[in-house]
Design a protein around this ligand. Structure first.
Ligand code: NAD
Length: 426
């Protein structure tokens, strides 16, 4: 519902992603007893660039777009993080997302730091040519800021394989040699990795598999509700059903469907492809979107957007396991309620780290010039996701904290250790 009244400060704060990231970081650093200097060091980015990007539009007008790239930490390796094109991009948001990447890479123990980039633009009204010119000029402007050993961008909101191909080509033209390892999420024929499109959804399933063992649940007896039927949610749904799970409900921005015996996900994907929506899917009943997340289930997998579970609605959840496929679906205020309710949370920085992990594999393969088959990608992803899950649970038990704070503590501990081993260069 839209309103002309200004939002209350409390609500504003609860939904602010930067404050959410900071709240969790501060609690983790505090509980670890992190040295005050290190605490300050890891709170701020290492470097950030604001760049003005001139683009000649198709109608001949010159437009200037504003872009950013932020390196939060390169203590454990090159920066890693996506580039988003969106009207709501802001430096503050890019900073928060860059720090999120630092923690995510550290939780799964891959040798990357955290970075993020974005351009303020409305990609849905731009032509392919305009997007290409904007992407190439942005790449040229941040040329000294990216590189296989320095900072490795990837796709994010409204950017894709094609965007990565343009960045790789522009970077390579300036370097005077082809450098595929400068970005990940590339097309397979340009040094992309097998298994990348499925990686995030697959990673979600792998950590859910581990959580089921703690509940003595078998996939066949596990009812799953998924919000968001895109790359993460759609893939997770397909793979989970193939593994025997019962995906009973899928919730999209315009509709929600339910089948207590489990949805036929392949059919639902085809149906959405043909009709543009999941509404009125023949083998299911339409249910109210507003209630869909709060129906009884074993696993709830939000894979759409941030701030879905808040202090206002957390108490209505009826799941045993919350696997956060999306980034930031739960606010910091809701975390306490979920802990009280005993819901087993697989926090986003662990649950959706399968994507960045296979990006890491892509970077390794590009640098070696030797490409793996899908089985190798899946086996190595499994090893890393399970280790990240077990390490997180070990921290939760050791420090008596919830899984989210445990994941942050694990990550902050790893980055702080690397930073202190390296020391401060003066
Ligand atoms: P996507 O655009 O492919 O899919 C998102 C889906 O959510 C779309 O089908 C969209 O219609 C639906 N949606 C949007 N608003 C909704 C709403 N209010 N209610 C229900 N459904 C809604 O995006 P994606 O790549 O799947 O990313 C989803 C989330 O996962 C984001 O938070 C993203 O940051 C995070 N994530 C993605 C990856 C990845 O590899 N793609 C990796 C890590 C995290």
């Amino acid at each position: 519902m839209s309103t002309t009244a200004p939002p209350t400060p409390a609500k504003d704060q609860e939904l602010n992603p930067r404050l959410a990231a900071e709240a969790r970081y501060s609690e983790a650093a505090e509980r670890l007893g992190l040295d005050e200097g290190l605490k300050k060091l890891l709170r701020v980015p290492e470097q950030e660039i604001t760049t003005y990007i001139p683009v000649v539009l198709d109608d001949g007008r010159l437009e200037i777009f504003v872009g950013y790239r932020v390196h939060h930490s390169t203590a454990r390796g090159p920066g890693k993080g996506g580039i988003r094109y969106d009207p709501d991009v802001s430096l503050d948001e890019v900073r928060a997302l860059a720090s999120w990447m630092t923690w995510k890479c550290a939780v799964v123990n891959i040798p990357f730091g955290g970075a993020k980039g974005g351009i303020i633009c409305e990609p849905t009204i731009m032509s392919k040519g305009e997007l290409e010119r904007m992407t190439r000029r942005y790449t040229a402007n941040i040329f000294e800021f990216i590189g296989p050993e320095l900072d490795v961008p990837a796709p994010d909101m409204n950017t894709n394989e094609q965007t990565m191909a343009w960045i790789m080509d522009t970077y390579s033209m300036h370097r005077r040699h082809t450098s595929t390892a400068v970005v990940t999420g590339k097309p397979l024929d340009l040094g992309g990795s097998r298994g990348r499109p499925e990686a995030t959804g697959r990673g979600c399933m792998m950590v859910t598999n581990e959580a089921l063992k703690r509940f003595g649940l078998r996939a066949e007896d596990t009812r799953v509700v998924i919000q968001g039927f895109g790359n993460v949610g759609g893939m997770a749904a397909r793979l989970m059903v193939e593994a025997g799970y019962k995906v009973v409900s899928v919730v999209e921005w315009d509709a929600a469907v339910y089948n207590g015996n489990g949805l036929d996900i392949r059919k639902l994907l085809d149906y959405r492809q043909q009709t543009g929506s999941i509404l009125d899917f023949p083998d299911a009943e339409n249910i109210r979107r507003e209630e869909a997340l709060f129906q009884p289930c074993d696993v709830l997998l939000p894979a759409a957007r941030e701030n879905v579970i808040t202090s206002k609605n957390a108490r209505q959840l009826q799941c045993k396991i919350l696997c956060e496929g999306a980034n930031g679906p739960t606010t910091a205020a809701a975390d306490d309620i979920l802990s009280e309710m005993g819901i087993f949370v697989i926090p986003d920085i662990l649950a959706n780290a399968g994507g960045v992990t296979v990006s890491y594999f892509e970077w390794v393969q590009d640098r070696q010039g030797f490409f793996w088959n899908e089985g190798m990608v899946i086996d190595r992803l499994q090893e890393i996701m399970v280790a990240g899950f077990n390490d997180t649970l070990r921290y939760a038990e050791k420090y008596g904290v919830n899984n989210r704070i445990a994941a942050y503590m694990l990550a902050v501990d790893r980055v702080a250790f690397a930073s202190s081993l390296r020391g401060i260069y003066a």
